[in-house]
Design a protein around this ligand. Structure first.
Ligand code: KIV
Ligand code: ZN
Length: 526
């Protein structure tokens, strides 16, 4: 049995399901390019049937990278067909289909009598559906992955039957997700070992594991899976994902790398690209990496106490089990300024992992010089913000044209805004409790809307006195939340950008719903 571990990155699919994370198509394509540099084996680029934007992202990524691109599909013909259409142009493509197998899921999702009256009958329906849909996926694509959703809580005998049926139907990878992050390592490892022992022909396919982090055990469970026969790990950058997230790619890869004395497994990950990838994902998604996060947190290589610093000076191995350079943390800070040229800017951006096309360079350079005028020293984090905020931001829907806010200890805060949307202009003024409140009121009046602000967060994302301030906002419209992020050296401007972006997310959602309703095929199938 080979010791190569296939790294299946699902940052763009499960990771994007992280609360508050949302990526536009341009950002997804850029992350996919960076994941290719990181040298992951498979990118799960999205869930094509779920929305036109998801389809578009998977389609564009398929045309962009040379590694395997997977599209997710429920065990339904309509989903599988869409996933196929989205990945068919990829050099290497995979359809990833899944059915729910635990009793919790079966009784919840297949409660209707048409799926069977008893639990046993419903289980038979799910088993047949899994077999039929893997066969259907196989009619399009050789590389088919089947996942048994909530396998962690699925009865082992039934799980073995479903996995055996999927293999018989042609699945080339069988994935065992711990969807709810419920299992503990010895239990999860045992499940994989038993499947290996019980399921006919399982030795001819790749066993994959996909662990969620609800008990903080996703990485430990994934490694237990490897030790018991799995050879594919599904994971995300920074461990982002539904609820408490997914297994973190960087933690798994570095655990296997640093503890070679314990594991014989190897991955082909280019560990030097880990830091850039982490920064890019956090910058684009707005999901902040906790400072003490293993491998990529701001403090992961910081030594605060005197005893530690002294030990490090004498011998860095006293308190460091890997060097920051191994994961790509830069040794020295490169600072650009207003005298830096186009060439210097471009090469620094490329070193940070970004693609800068010649036709985009002029615009990036103009934005850079504006920033360098405001901030004397432009750090890597400033450049990352610039790329996320200016270059990969989709310039659609409502855009801020003009903003004026007056406030002071002895005056009523007043704001005036002008907003554009495809040639149309919207302008108005309003007062408020403070400058941000006045600003939001002015935007609401200009657009004729009234939103409930669910959360509003400000933090500084770069260093120094002229640090860039990031604002993250969540609004609630019709029982659904939409988030937006804005960055600027002026937090009022950042607030306006973030608020407009959250409104734009709602506009995009509305358009997607309309598109779904207009698609007869889809409305019949759901
Ligand atoms: O957690 C899960 O079960 C999933 C499947 C769709 C693989 O994300
Ligand atoms: Zn998942």
């Amino acid at each position: 049995m080979s010791d190569k571990v296939i790294i299946f990155d699902t940052t763009l699919r499960d990771g994007e399901q992280s609360p508050g994370a949302s990526l536009n198509v341009l950002e997804k394509v850029e992350i996919a390019r960076q994941l290719e540099k990181l040298n992951v084996d498979v990118i799960e680029a999205g869930f094509p049937v779920s929305s036109p934007a998801q389809f578009d992202a998977v389609y564009r990524i398929s045309n962009e990278v040379g590694i395997i691109v997977a599209g997710l599909a429920r065990a339904k013909e309509i989903d599988i067909k869409k996933a196929w259409e989205a990945v068919r142009n990829a050099e290497k493509k995979r359809i990833h289909t899944f059915s729910s197998t635990s009793d919790y899921h079966i009784l919840g999702k297949f409660g209707d009598d048409r799926y069977g009256k008893t639990l046993q009958e419903k289980r038979e329906t799910v088993l047949k559906m899994s077999y039929d849909m893997v066969k259907y996926a196989k009619s399009f694509c050789d590389d088919v992955e089947f996942s048994a959703e909530d396998a962690g809580r699925t009865d082992l005998t039934y799980l073995s039957e479903v996995i055996e049926a999927a293999i018989e139907a042609g699945a080339t990878t069988v994935n065992i997700p711990d969807t709810t992050g419920y299992t503990i390592p010895k239990e999860f490892g045992y499940k994989i070992a038993e499947l290996k022992r019980r399921v006919k022909n399982i030795e001819n396919v790749i066993i994959s594991v996909h662990c969620h982090n609800d008990l903080g055990l996703a990485v430990a469970n994934s490694i237990a899976g490897l030790e018991n026969g799995a050879r594919q790990i599904e994971c995300t950058i920074n461990g982002i994902g539904e609820r408490a997230g997914n297994a973190s790619l960087e933690e798994i890869v570095m655990a296997l790398n640093v503890r070679k004395d314990q594991f014989s497994f190897n991955t082909e990950i280019n560990t030097h690209e880990i830091y850039n990838t982490s920064k890019m994902v956090s910058g684009f998604t707005g999901v902040v990496v906790q400072p003490n996060k293993a491998i990529v947190g701001e403090n992961a290589f910081a030594h605060e106490s005197g005893i530690h610093q002294d030990g490090m000076l004498k011998n860095r191995e006293t308190y460091e089990i890997m060097t920051p350079e191994t994961v790509g943390v830069p040794k020295t800070k490169i600072i650009l300024g207003r005298h830096s040229g186009r060439h210097g800017l471009k090469s620094r951006l490329i070193e940070l992992g970004y693609t800068v096309k010649e036709d985009e360079l002029n615009e990036v350079y103009t934005q850079f010089t504006k920033l360098a005028d405001k901030k004397k020293e432009v750090f890597d984090d400033d450049l990352r913000v610039l790329m996320g905020d200016e270059v990969f931001k989709e310039k659609t829907h409502y855009l801020l044209d003009y903003l004026n806010v007056n406030s002071g200890t002895a005056s009523i805060p007043t704001a005036t805004v002008k907003i554009r949307n495809k040639g149309e202009e919207f302008a108005d003024s309003a007062t408020g409790d403070g400058p941000v409140d006045a600003l939001f009121n002015a935007i609401d009046r200009a657009l004729g809307i009234q939103n409930q602000i669910e959360s509003y967060r400000v933090r500084s994302v770069t260093s120094g006195r002229q640090a860039m301030g990031e604002v993250i906002i969540r609004i609630r419209v019709n029982e659904k939340s939409f988030s937006g992020r804005g960055v600027s050296t002026d937090i009022i401007e950042a607030s306006a950008k973030a608020y407009l972006q959250s409104i734009n997310q709602y506009e995009i959602f509305k358009q997607e719903i309309e598109a779904l309703e207009n698609s007869e095929e889809l409305s019949n199938a759901v």
